[in-house]
Design a protein around this ligand. Structure first.
Ligand code: BGC
Length: 347
């Protein structure tokens, strides 16, 4: 079968190749992949800056944002042929650490977790894969292939869950939220913010096109300036860019008792900050700053609910470029108007 593979550590090594059918030992559920989304992590892996091949192999099948359809599932597994499913990206470490032992692999304590398409486990850019039933999440059939948005939504569902928990360490009546970045993660974070009944402000650099349109369609407000200009003392900032200066702007401008949730993975970038003032601000304002990565099954389920409740036409607009598997390199090179680009498999 065909797969898109990369050589971790080597730049621009993505290629389409024939690989073996999935091993029975991977699990009793056989899934036919329909589409795989591309995100910044895939770009980093293809640039040779991130990613690990399975032990003993040089190449890794890319892809961690998937939607597929069950072809075979054992009875009693809760899954049946035809179900739309998403593969959970991270698998618990083998020990397991105390977090992985209770299904909180997103908090893996020893770093020995694996991730499909990222760390030591082949990803979903292949025509078929096998999995254990508990490594799959069923998606509302009304979403169909839009279920490809479940994995990025799980990441922001976790970010909001963390934020809510932080906020509720005291009586909390949040009203406003700022989301930095109007890429897929920012837009999905804004979607959940609106579903929570907040006044949501989204900041990005572009002044026209699909991003402002999608923000407006959510009933949120789009801005191109600073956090301070977008909203005075927001209760929440969900930082989705990883841009170092924005991280410190968020800490400086979040309101008293507010929560800043960091979801962007930055590359090394030195900036000058007044560390004393940052500390003073955080202490005197009871601020919480929380970093959030990955998602466990509970977050996938929260995300599945968020997507099921969302306007499906809005979700469909988010996926604004679809590329056939054979033209995968077009999907891996970013265009300025891209929001979510997906590679279609088995089409
Ligand atoms: C994925 C996460 C993963 C993280 C770090 C992100 O792109 O969505 O599932 O944990 O990369 O590898």
């Amino acid at each position: 079968m065909k797969a898109i593979t990369v050589t971790p550590g080597k730049a621009d090594a993505a290629q389409i190749e024939d690989i073996d059918e999935p091993a029975e030992s991977d699990g009793p559920v056989l899934v036919e992949t329909l589409a795989v989304g591309i995100c910044g992590t895939d770009a980093e892996i293809n640039a040779g800056d991130y990613g690990w091949a399975p032990p003993g192999h040089a190449r890794l099948v890319l892809g961690h944002e998937s939607i597929g359809r069950v072809k075979e599932a054992p009875s009693g597994s809760g899954l049946a042929a035809g179900d739309y499913v998403v593969g959970i990206v991270r698998r618990p470490d083998p020990e397991p650490c105390y977090s992985c032992a209770v299904g909180e692999w997103d908090f893996c304590r020893n770093g020995k977790y694996t991730e499909h398409g990222i760390k030591e486990l082949d990803g979903f850019m292949r025509e078929r894969y096998r999995a254990q039933p508990d490594a799959l999440v069923k998606v509302d059939p009304s979403l169909g292939e839009l279920g490809v948005l479940l994995e990025p939504t799980s990441v922001v569902a976790k970010a909001w869950d963390e934020t809510w928990k932080m906020g509720n360490r005291a009586t909390w009546r949040p009203r406003t939220a700022v989301v930095t970045g109007a890429g897929p993660i920012g837009l999905l974070a804004a979607l959940i913010g609106k579903q929570k009944g907040l006044e949501v402000h989204v900041i990005d650099q572009v002044s026209d096109g699909l991003k402002p349109e999608l923000v407006g369609a959510l009933g949120a407000t789009y801005h191109t300036g600073s956090i301070e200009e977008a909203c005075e003392s927001p209760d929440v900032v969900i930082e989705c860019t990883g841009v170092a200066s924005l991280v410190f702007d968020a800490i400086e401008h979040v309101g008293s008792g507010g929560v800043v949730c960091l979801t962007g993975v930055s590359s090394a970038h030195r900036i000058e900050v007044d560390a004393g003032m940052v500390n003073r601000e955080m202490v005197l304002q009871n601020e919480a700053v929380v970093g959030s990565v990955n998602a466990n099954r509970r977050h996938y389920e929260l995300a599945a609910d968020a997507l099921a409740q969302a306007d499906h036409d809005w979700l469909a607009k988010l996926v604004n470029r679809r590329v056939a598997m054979g033209n995968f390199s077009e999907a891996l090179s970013r265009k300025p108007e891209d929001v979510k680009v997906v590679i279609e498999i088995n089409k």
